[in-house]
Design a protein around this ligand. Structure first.
Ligand SMILES: Cc1cc2nc3c(=O)[nH]c(=O)nc-3n(C[C@H](O)[C@H](O)[C@H](O)COP(=O)(O)OP(=O)(O)OC[C@H]3O[C@@H](n4cnc5c(N)ncnc54)[C@H](O)[C@@H]3O)c2cc1C
Length: 458
């Protein structure tokens, strides 16, 4: 049997692909629901992700999977409006004339920014088209130095710096220019006159999780099941120990001393760890040096719209980095007529006030600040405020990141039969995503299938 640690999108994708290769699989998920970072809330209509989610046009594996699982007709590519909030004003940033009207960069700065986004190096007055082809050339270059040299001071200060502050806080100077260039490539083609189409599964990405669970088979997925140990004999993975809450299974078990939990052991010949690197470290001793940032994200249900913008970046001095009004992207009718707004912030350090505050304090702080930003709006429009926190929401893509990525196959580093598909894998660079999770799951499954002889169940 193949064991999968973690029932997020990566673990489910690994299990799905392993079964396609003809293997028996069992997925163990520590929490009471699958989905991990893509888990959902209920609304008055469709389900919605606890953390905002959409797809970029460059992400193909997830689109193929959506089609394979019969959900293609729910996949939509709406264009949500983007804007920048700066000193009390919302500046739309989609159409060429909107960008031209943005006052915090000169026309020259905008030209340099446009050239960079088209990956054209215009330094020295002669356009070069291959400067940014090899991202590794920029792996050790600090992002600020790169932008000041390859664009202009105005592009850095009037555009990127506040965005980097919001995304990486005081870690922004550690991030590499390769990451920024990778992000530029990662984004899909823009519609020049309207903006960037972003993919969404109408009804929520929860449907993709449900379809994967259905395809893998509920009997092959155990929730409330935390993998606590791996057995490694003679350099090979041979078994796993799982602490299962309130579960009845057929495997041999020993009553655990702490009530409500049963300890099971499973014989396995391969294990895919599809969880954060700290889980791999505790199970197999593999130390990963990548730092992670936490996310604090509220879903605010309102009886009317706050703005007409989908994605509002907030520059400077706000206790959050972005306001993401989901119902300016998908229609409010999908949610019983309610309007849904995400308020989101990343934290770099668990001592930060925001990480320490409780839900009521955050609600008060954030809604008070939204009221200050939009004086015509007040919190009487708020019907519900739900808060999600995750300590490892995204890696910090610091310089030298690719050297710290965890290999899919850990035979050389730890033991044969041990594979890694979590967020510190190569597929989750330059941006962690659902697509990256699926790719990582497939990469592990394909390596397992290629390495060992597959005995068909028939
Ligand atoms: C704020 C935010 C915004 C995002 N926006 C987008 C977006 O717009 N588009 C996009 O595509 N992606 C987005 N993502 C990223 C996307 O959600 C993740 O890349 C993806 O869900 C990661 O999946 P995963 O399976 O690798 O990890 P996870 O979802 O973290 O799943 C790991 C699972 O392993 C379980 N687990 C941990 N330890 C154990 C153990 N010992 N035993 C058993 N189970 C265990 C956990 O409970 C969890 O369910 C966003 C994420 C966040 C936080």
């Amino acid at each position: 049997m193949k064991g999968v640690v973690g029932g997020g999108i990566a673990g489910l994708a690994a299990a799905y692909r392993l079964q396609q290769h003809g293997h028996d699989v069992q997925v163990f998920e520590a929490s009471d629901q699958v989905g991990g970072l893509a888990a959902v809330y209920e609304t008055a209509g469709d389900q919605i992700e606890k953390f905002y989610h959409h797809l970029s046009a460059s992400e193909e594996t997830i689109v193929d999977l959506i089609e394979e699982l019969g959900l293609a007709e729910n996949l939509e590519w709406p264009i949500g409006k983007n804007a920048y909030y700066w000193d009390g004003t919302v500046y739309p940033m989609d159409k060429p004339w909107e960008i031209l009207a943005y006052p915090h960069m000169s026309v020259y700065d905008k030209f340099r920014l446009t050239m960079l986004t088209q990956e054209i190096d215009v330094r020295g007055g002669i356009p070069k088209f291959d400067t940014y082809e090899n991202l590794e050339d920029f792996e050790d270059v600090p992002i600020e130095d790169f932008l000041r040299e390859h664009t202009s001071h105005g592009v850095y200060e009037g555009f990127f710096e506040p965005l980097l502050d919001a995304k990486f806080g005081d870690r922004k100077d550690d991030v590499s220019a390769a990451w920024l260039l990778g992000r530029i490539k990662f984004r899909g083609e823009r519609d020049l006159l309207r903006g960037e189409p972003l993919g969404y599964l109408e009804g929520g990405f929860g449907q993709l999780l449900d379809a994967l669970v259905e395809a893998v088979g509920r009997e092959n997925i155990t929730t409330n099941a935390r993998v606590t140990d791996l057995d490694i004999d003679d350099g090979e993975v041979s078994g796993m120990t799982v602490a299962v809450e309130d579960a009845a299974t057929e495997e041999p078990k020993a009553e655990a001393p702490d009530g409500g939990t049963t300890t099971e052991t499973h014989e396995v010949d391969d294990v895919v760890v599809a969880a954060m690197p700290n889980v791999l470290e505790s199970l197999a001793g593999y130390e990963c040096e990548i730092d992670f940032q936490g996310a604090v994200c509220a879903l605010v249900t309102m009886d009317e719209a706050l703005t007409d913008t989908y994605w509002l970046n907030v520059a400077h001095d706000a206790p959050f980095g972005a306001l993401i009004e989901h119902t300016n992207y998908m229609p409010p009718e999908n949610y019983g007529g309610d309007h849904l707004l995400y308020v989101a912030s990343y934290i770099q350090d668990y001592d930060e006030d925001l990480w320490q505050m409780d839900e009521n304090e955050i609600e008060d702080l954030w809604l008070g600040h939204v009221e200050e930003m939009f004086p015509d709006w007040d919190r009487s429009h708020v019907e519900q405020f739900r808060l999600a926190k995750n300590p490892r929401a995204a890696p910090i893509y610091e310089r030298g990141y690719l050297d710290m990525v965890i290999p899919y196959d850990l035979a050389d580093e730890v033991a044969e039969g041990l594979y890694y598909a979590g967020m510190a894998s190569r597929a989750q660079y330059p941006e962690r995503s659902l697509n990256g999770g699926i790719v990582a799951g497939y990469e592990c499954a394909d390596r397992i299938a290629g390495q060992k002889q597959v005995v068909s169940p028939e």
